[in-house]
Design a protein around this ligand. Structure first.
Ligand SMILES: [Zn+2]
Length: 156
């Protein structure tokens, strides 16, 4: 698929991506996931090298749960407005906390990432852990959500 690269192991990825994955794994330890036991971490890097992380935060009222990616993105916008997102990595721990699980961003996060890309008028890379210990790098967040709903959809 155009715009997507698959890596058979972590070693094949570039240094910055490995660093972000490492930071995303650390962030996953701060997840609050007593219900799903699915601990997710996200780490993004801004154009000045600033690192921002997020972890999923659940709630007994399930619809209020928030994904790690969106937390990282919203923190970046709030605390580092005006800086450009270069790359984001997302990982998830299996319930045993010993191995990583596949971590495909949900549709809501893809929607939010696409709009962040639109806001900064420049694509950013998305790295996700895939099955069989593979890694996927997408050149652009919006490629994860073709024909997305966006501000054009709201025009009269
Ligand atoms: Zn999500």
């Amino acid at each position: 698929m155009k715009g997507f690269e698959t890596f058979k192991s972590l070693d094949e990825l570039d240094t910055e991506s490995k660093y972000l994955i490492h930071k995303a794994k650390e962030a996953a330890h701060h997840a609050y996931a007593p219900y799903s036991k699915f601990h997710v971490g996200a780490a993004l890097i801004l154009d000045d090298g600033t690192l921002v992380t997020g972890s999923n935060q659940e709630n007994a009222s399930y619809p209020l749960c928030m994904c790690a990616e969106r937390i990282a993105l919203y923190v970046a916008a709030t605390q580092h407005g005006g800086k450009r997102i270069m790359k984001i990595a997302i990982v998830a721990h299996k319930k045993n906390h010993k191995e990583l699980s596949a971590a495909a961003s949900c549709g809501a996060c893809r929607q939010v990432m696409a709009e962040f890309e639109e806001r900064q008028n420049k694509p950013f890379e998305v790295i996700m852990h895939h099955t069989d210990n593979q890694w996927i790098k997408c050149a652009s967040a919006s490629s994860l959500l073709p024909y997305a709903f966006n501000k054009e959809s709201l025009k009269e």
